[in-house]
Design a protein around this ligand. Sequence first.
Ligand SMILES: Cc1ncc(COP(=O)(O)O)c(C=O)c1O
Length: 311
Amino acid sequence: MTPQRKVYLNGEFVAEADAKVSIFDSALMFGDMVFEITRTFNGKPFRLREHLERLYAGLKILEIDCGLTIDEMEKETHHTIEVNRPCFPDGLDFQIMHDVSRGPLGFYQSIFPEGARPTITINCWPLTWHVGAFADTYETGVHAVIPPQRSVPARLIDPKIKNRSRIYYQVANQQAQKVDSKAWALLTDEDGFITEGTGANFFIVKNGELFTPEPRNILRGVTRDATIKFAAEVGIRCHECNLEPYDVATADEALFTSTPFVMMPATRFNTQPIGTGAVGPVTRGLLNTWREVVGVDIVAQAKQYAKDAES
Ligand SMILES: Cc1ncc(COP(=O)(O)O)c(C=O)c1O
């Protein structure tokens, strides 16, 4: 029998079904928490320290002292991975999710005899569904649609803090999906410049070069950063600059980047084809570079996971 996965919950390991957070937690009251999703390639976490650095940057700005130093959090993360490793057969990659909140609100302290303290959870979840769901869209590309909902500007809630106050992402997707039930929302800032997707960064390709929004009103994605670096290594320049919807409409190619699926081509924009309307050579080349660097054929893996998800 496959062993059951366990969740790290405030220093203890509990079954997933028992990993519960109080209804009085500041996370539920205010979305007052930060999180991270790191993925593995061949079972090894990719850029875990960078994810934790972003988590701790958010904790610092929000003034949440979670009680663990970043080194201790890294140690607990490796411990959680080792506890769960027997649940993942060879070849099954997984995501590692950190969720850290300020904990229960002070008003409700009396029902927490051990004292209200920040809530820390770390869990490992197979990528079967998160990646398998995209098997077909690596071939067809997705449809990026700009919804009326805008990005929340950094002067209100800084999107560089990976936080769970995400209702505007939900609204953006609902609006985009009125245009096409499978559309991916592509957000804009107050001036109408492109920012990012609702769980991914965004690039266009023009004349063989990459262009991506400045790291201002966006989450500074770990995958974004790695893609820029890997592209440079194969001689593809990346410009970080303001992008208008016009630039997307007239691009040769476009793509989203995010930890679980790494890169996702966008082949349509606001109902029109981007370039030829097919996945382009620069996107395919970059996916190939990722495969060489991380040692996993991301598209083949998604296809395999799609099959696994059905069985
Ligand atoms: C809003 C947003 N932008 C970008 C990203 C991509 O970040 P990363 O590459 O670090 O996963 C995410 C990931 O969840 C996100 O939520």
